[in-house]
Design a binder for this molecule. Structure first.
Ligand SMILES: [Zn+2]
Length: 188
């Protein structure tokens, strides 16, 4: 299809989204605010790509390499929950969006490769402060015109989350705003 929107990283491709100076600063310095996640979403034809970034503190309650069995289990359980695109993104069922690929990365999951915040120390790997989860969702929607709202299950899944900054580009145009635990629904 050759859509420019879907080439490369979602973030890098989207000129509109990159225009947010504040968001660029957040990314550049690898910092985040606990309780606040970021969701970018692009719907182009039937292809939907979404990128979620959330502080580790919000998802598992800590931001270091898991040391104990229960911490490892918590990270694995969180990753499994994050892979549930239908629940986390909260797309309308009528849109018929099926998940093609979900990629979960975190410095707290060394097997997932590099996280931009990850740094190496002498000897044992050192995890940067404020480790995050970054999830890329790629879906195909049978009826993309039905993607007219999001009701993210993100807040219900992760009890420490408080707000989600959302930026979306699609047939409805451009949308940006913040949804919260109390008002999680977003209408395009
Ligand atoms: Zn943090």
């Amino acid at each position: 299809m050759g859509s420019w929107l879907l080439r490369g990283s979602l973030w890098g491709s989207c000129v509109l989204l990159a225009a947010s100076a504040q968001a660029q600063a957040l990314r550049q310095y690898g910092t985040h605010v606990h309780g606040r996640g970021q969701r970018d979403l692009v719907l182009d034809g039937q292809r939907l790509v979404a990128e979620l970034r959330s502080p580790g503190a919000d998802i598992v309650g800590f931001e270091f390499l898991p040391r104990f069995e229960e911490q490892v289990a918590a990270v694995e359980a969180a990753a499994a929950s994050l892979r549930d695109a239908a629940r986390i993104l909260g797309l309308p069922a009528a849109a018929g969006c099926g998940s093609d690929d979900v990629d979960v990365r975190s410095a707290m999951m060394p097997d997932t490769g590099h996280d931009h915040d990850e740094r190496q120390g002498d000897g044992a790997p050192v995890i940067a402060e404020h480790a995050e989860f970054r999830v890329t969702y790629r879906l195909t929607c049978a009826s993309p015109e039905k993607v007219d709202r999001l009701a993210p299950g993100y807040f219900g899944t992760f009890e420490r989350t408080r707000e989600l900054r959302v930026r979306a580009v699609g047939p409805w145009g451009q949308w940006s705003g913040t949804v919260t635990r109390d008002r999680p629904r977003l209408d395009f």
